[in-house]
Design a protein around this ligand. Structure first.
Ligand code: FAD
Length: 345
């Protein structure tokens, strides 16, 4: 089988890159060892233009968001489902300092489009605090599990996915072709998330992996259809189920659920809810974060047919489509990659 690209990894990075290739009439095979513990499969799926701690804009967010809507609408159409809900995020403003800070930051011309002018309430008796909240606009939630499953099914049906672990020793690389398990490709891209720290072709990158944990709960009476941020993100996932997360741990890189993290998340739940709930699930993933909080999007320095798309950190849902587009433009359309996201920065 001959293709333009082998894509290693079918998280949100590999999936976004694959979809961009499809749109550009390029061919690919995805190599992905299925696991329920990958960052993309555990992620809450929330997208958000602000750093909610400071009410400042996230890096390069205006460009990323513009493309976010184009990309996910195209993917909705392609996969025949509704993959995202642009419902905003209700940020709980717990004291006068936070409330004033919100109102001051909101009035800045670069932020007003993302922050409600007025503070608002949520009319729901199951919440401990029904006000005051600031509404973050151009924010919401992507159903990442559904997206990955639908795209995976599409690829399996078209014979475009190998459910196997890519063994670097079996990779044959020369200047104009790449071979792996009977596939011959012009190029290969590594979209491996946390597992990319062991990649011998892109080693010595400044990853700072971060373990994150979430809880899923069932609450029959809550009937909440809004995303709330109050220390943690609390989001409805359907059928009276909700997720809360996520924790941050830079030391323990096992995928074992941690009791301390669970306690923090339960405390978080108790500070948001005053209705009964049952814990249904506790999940763990490792975010592919980097020391300077910028991704790695680049070509290999020696082999010009090896690429990397990684380091998406805490914001993979919004970063993956935009970075995939940038990289494809640089490969096929003479676009440039900013030094800020290069591997040699
Ligand atoms: C608890 C938690 C909550 C989060 N919440 C959010 C959120 O709300 N919003 C947001 O934007 N981000 C969130 N994130 C971050 C987000 O999940 C990541 O930025 C993103 O998922 C990274 O995607 P990725 O495709 O780079 O990596 P991954 O999702 O890790 O995917 C990599 C894929 O590559 C495969 N792979 C790796 N090596 C090989 C190999 N050798 N052979 C075959 N396959 C291989 C893996 O099996 C995996 O399928 C969260 C993360 C965590 C842990």
């Amino acid at each position: 089988m001959k293709v333009d690209f082998i894509i290693v990894g079918q998280g949100i990075a590999g999936t976004s890159f694959a979809f961009e290739l499809l749109k550009n009439n390029k061919t690919f095979v995805l190599v992905d060892k299925f696991s329920t513990h990958t960052a993309s499969r555990v992620a809450l799926g929330v997208y958000n233009p602000l750093i909610l701690k400071w009410f400042t804009k996230a890096w390069d967010i205006d460009n990323q968001l513009d493309y976010f809507y184009i990309f996910y609408n195209q993917l909705n159409h392609f996969l025949g489902d509704n993959l995202f809900s642009d419902i905003g995020i209700y940020k709980f403003l717990k004291n006068p300092y936070d409330q004033n800070n919100w109102l001051t930051k909101q009035s800045s011309s670069c932020r007003y489009q993302y922050m409600s002018k007025d503070l608002c309430s949520i009319n729901n008796q199951g919440l401990l605090n029904q006000n005051p909240y600031g509404l973050v606009k151009s924010a919401g939630k992507v159903n990442v599990q559904l997206l990955l499953n639908l795209f995976r099914d599409y690829c399996i049906n078209k014979n475009l996915l190998l459910d196997t672990k890519l063994d670097y020793n079996k990779l044959k690389i020369n200047s104009n072709s790449i071979r792996f398990e009977g596939i011959e490709a012009n190029k290969i891209i590594f979209c491996q998330g946390y597992a990319g720290i062991d990649n011998p072709y892109f080693n010595n990158l400044n990853f700072k992996p971060t373990k994150g944990e979430i809880l899923t709960i069932y609450s029959k009476d809550l009937k909440l259809d809004k995303i709330i941020h109050s220390g943690f993100l609390f989001t409805p996932i359907g059928n009276d189920h909700y997720s809360i997360g996520a924790t941050y741990d830079w030391k323990d890189m096992t995928i074992n659920p941690n009791v301390e993290a669970k306690t923090k998340l339960i405390d978080g739940l108790n500070s948001i809810l005053q209705t009964e709930f049952t814990i249904i699930n506790h999940q763990v993933g490792i975010r592919p974060s980097t020391f300077d909080r910028r991704p790695f999007v680049d070509v290999h320095k020696k082999y010009n047919n090896l690429y990397i798309l990684n380091g998406l950190g805490t914001r993979g849902i919004i970063l993956a489509p935009y970075l995939s587009k940038l990289l494809i433009n640089s490969i096929y359309k003479n676009g440039t990659i900013n030094n800020e996201i290069s591997i040699n920065r």
